[in-house]
Design a binder for this molecule. Structure first.
Ligand code: BJW
Ligand code: ZN
Length: 248
């Protein structure tokens, strides 16, 4: 499953980046966005994942996020997440750069996690910026309002047309530019600017590996494509790395 070239690159590597998308959490039971089982088969992204849609129909957007928040509350990290947490301990520099908003990488134990599209467990008032936890607002049937200024409360996620959080973006850029091996895992790599990171890393010298159930636009522009489930491939890879470390 793993080429000798990849194993040798991982053996020599000092700095690793795992860039993840919705496919990373699919085996935990979080629906992906696109494709056959994608959540956007049922809802159009332009109706829900942008600020204008929220202002036009806050209750509909709230209903959609409430549904997803409730899914995320009751799921667990999968073996792929735990494998990335184990991998972090094997390298001097290791960063998870995630497009996911589900917080599963931190829950699995990864310490350096950059969240490019926010975090669905946080919410803030669009009027005064006060933060609210899910516990405080999940009881509401319709879009919750701020207790201080009556402004609408939105999830702290990045919608289309919005800028990515600057600190997370620049830290991700920096880690991509300095990565020896860069994994792109479970993402269709169509949403920019996040999707530019794998090729940016490659141009900066990283060995770029994609793990996905199916090929993407990225697949023929990188060093190695590994077909299959992240939750199966990553634990196998970590087992191999640990075995080779103990034999040295
Ligand atoms: C498995 C698996 C298993 C399944 N194992 N694999 C042209 C060029 C550049 C940019 C643009 C452009 N036109 C428009 C834009 C801007 C836009 C954009 O990129 N649009 C494209 C769709 C064209 N980008 C933006 O608007 C961004 N902001 C921005 O650019 O700011 C500058 C700006 C300012 C003002 C005006 C214009 C620009 C913001 C993007 C925000 C994205 N937000 C979302 C929603 C987050 C909140 C929420 O969760 O509700 O983020 S959209 C959605 O897509 C979500 C995801 O993070 C993101 C990426 O999806 P991902 O993770 O790749 O999931 P899928 O479902 O697509 O793929 C899953 C993959 O997993 C598949 O490949 C499966 O095969 C695989 N898989 N099971 C391994 N077990
Ligand atoms: Zn407020």
């Amino acid at each position: 499953m793993f080429s000798p070239r990849l194993i040798s690159k991982l053996h020599d590597a000092k700095s690793i980046v795992a860039f993840t998308g919705a496919g990373m959490s699919a085996e935990s039971g979080v629906p992906t966005f696109r494709g056959e089982n994608g959540i956007w088969k049922k809802f159009k992204p332009e109706e829900l994942a942008n600020f204008d849609a929220f202002i036009r129909n806050p209750d509909l957007v709230w209903e959609w996020y409430k549904h997803r928040k409730q899914i995320i509350r009751f799921i667990q990290p999968n073996p792929g997440h735990f494998a990335l947490a184990e991998m972090e301990a094997l390298y001097p520099k290791f960063a998870v750069v995630t497009q996911n908003v589900d917080n599963l990488h931190r829950r699995a134990g990864n310490k350096t996690v950059y969240e490019l599209h926010g975090n669905i467990e946080r919410n803030y008032c669009i009027g005064c910026g006060t933060y609210y936890s899910n516990e405080e607002i999940l009881k509401f049937e319709s879009a919750p309002k701020c207790t201080k200024c009556k402004g609408l409360i939105r999830p702290d996620v990045v919608w289309f047309g919005e800028l990515l959080p600057a600190s997370q973006w620049f830290a991700s850029l920096d880690s991509a530019e300095h990565a020896d091996v860069f994994f792109s895992i479970g993402t269709s790599a169509v949403v920019h600017p996040a999707a530019s990171l794998p090729l940016l890393a490659r141009h900066a010298g990283a060995f770029v590996v994609e793990i996905n159930l199916e090929t993407t636009e990225l697949s023929n522009q990188i060093d190695e494509f590994i077909p299959g489930k992240a939750g199966e491939i990553l634990p196998e890879l970590v087992r191999l790395l640990k075995d080779s470390a103990t034999k040295e």
